[in-house]
Write a protein that binds this ligand. Structure first.
Ligand code: PBG
Length: 327
């Protein structure tokens, strides 16, 4: 298109809308929720203004008050943690109860559950720790096989509770395959897998770790989350997860990794999700500092860039606002 024509069309809102894409739509968003035990609990999360710890009754109320919401992803915030994450896969556990309750109240809502150990282990790591030794040098920190067993149990318990999709986020090699096999074996062939295929060892998770009280007690997550200098490993992980049965692949965080979102979509032509993580949310909140107009503009610009890069859906703490803003 000659540049003059582009300029002419850009002058007027209607013609500008014609030539611009993509459109953000409320239905492309997945809203994260942090569930806690108890009744009538609604506790603000300090590091994430506008986001709360909610007990199940308040979670149901909150969803009721958000017409237009299409999908949620649940995180359990529990007190009773141990080395082997035994609270994570109990059929009457917190997340399992929450899923059941949501499904009972809202049949059309897509319920996704995060499948990881970090919210349930006393050491805060995403898997079962291999040997005491590994605590010192963090090499081979995670016992892969032991972790896969727990992840499969968690996923199955979520599927039994009624989850539409389970979302393994531990970055344990083989997690998608093991979960797919386990679900199929128990007859949950319709339960999908949203794989956190590309999860970088990122500094942008800090507010989330406050929310879940899941900061690792020692070491870091660099032995199992990806190195941000490495794009090729990301593409390999996606390919692997697709071959193991992932229905949707996810890139996380989103903003500093738009190149990966783009390449993932271009290369694999599968549904791609991006996770606009807690730190990206907090950044906008901090900068706009109560100026709602600025917050909206920043959020729309950011989230549009994620869509433009190729994400089909976005997990975002702005999920509610987006529904309102795009009406
Ligand atoms: C669990 C998990 C994390 C996030 C989602 N699932 C934290 C982590 O890996 O430390 C982060 C989400 C966010 O920052 O919003 N493994």
């Amino acid at each position: 298109m000659p540049s003059g024509a582009l300029n002419r069309l850009s002058r007027n809102k209607i013609t500008r809308d014609w030539i611009s894409q993509p459109e953000l739509r409320g239905e492309d968003f997945i809203l994260p929720y942090f569930v806690v035990e108890g009744e009538n609990v609604k506790r603000p999360i300090g590091s994430m203004p506008g986001i709360y710890h909610l007990s199940i009754d308040n979670l149901i109320r909150d969803i009721q008050e958000t017409p237009g919401l299409r999908a949620v992803i649940l995180f359990g915030v529990i007190e009773k943690k141990d080395d082997i994450a035994s609270e994570s896969y109990r059929q009457d556990g917190l997340v399992q109860k929450a899923v059941k309750e949501i499904k009972k109240n809202f049949s059309g809502l897509i319920v996704i559950t995060d499948v990881c150990l970090c919210g349930y282990t006393s050491h805060g790591h995403c898997g079962i720790i291999g040997s005491r030794d590994s605590k010192v040098n963090c090499q081979g920190l995670i016992d892969n096989d032991a972790t896969l067993k727990v992840l499969a149990r968690i996923a199955l318990s979520h599927a039994k509770a009624g989850a539409d999709l389970v979302a393994p986020s531990a970055m344990t090699k083989g997690q998608v395959g093991v979960i797919r096999k386990t679900l199929d074996k128990h007859g949950f062939t319709d339960t999908g897998i949203l794989a956190y295929s590309v999860k970088y060892a990122s500094n942008f998770y800090r507010p989330f770790r406050d929310a879940l009280n899941s900061a690792p007690e020692f070491g870091d997550r660099k032995s199992y989350q990806l190195d941000f200098r490495d794009p090729d490993e990301a593409l390999k992980r996606i390919e692997q997860d697709i071959s193991e049965g992932a229905d949707i692949v996810m890139v996380k965080p989103a903003l500093a990794y738009l190149d990966i979102v783009y390449r993932a979509k271009e290369k694999f032509k599968v549904p791609v999700a991006a996770y606009n993580v807690s730190g990206e949310y907090a950044m906008i909140k901090k900068m706009s500092n109560g100026d709602e107009e600025l917050e909206k503009d920043l959020a729309l610009e950011t989230l549009t860039s994620i869509k433009r890069a190729g994400a089909d859906f976005i997990v975002s703490y702005f999920g509610k606002e987006i529904i309102k803003w795009t009406k």
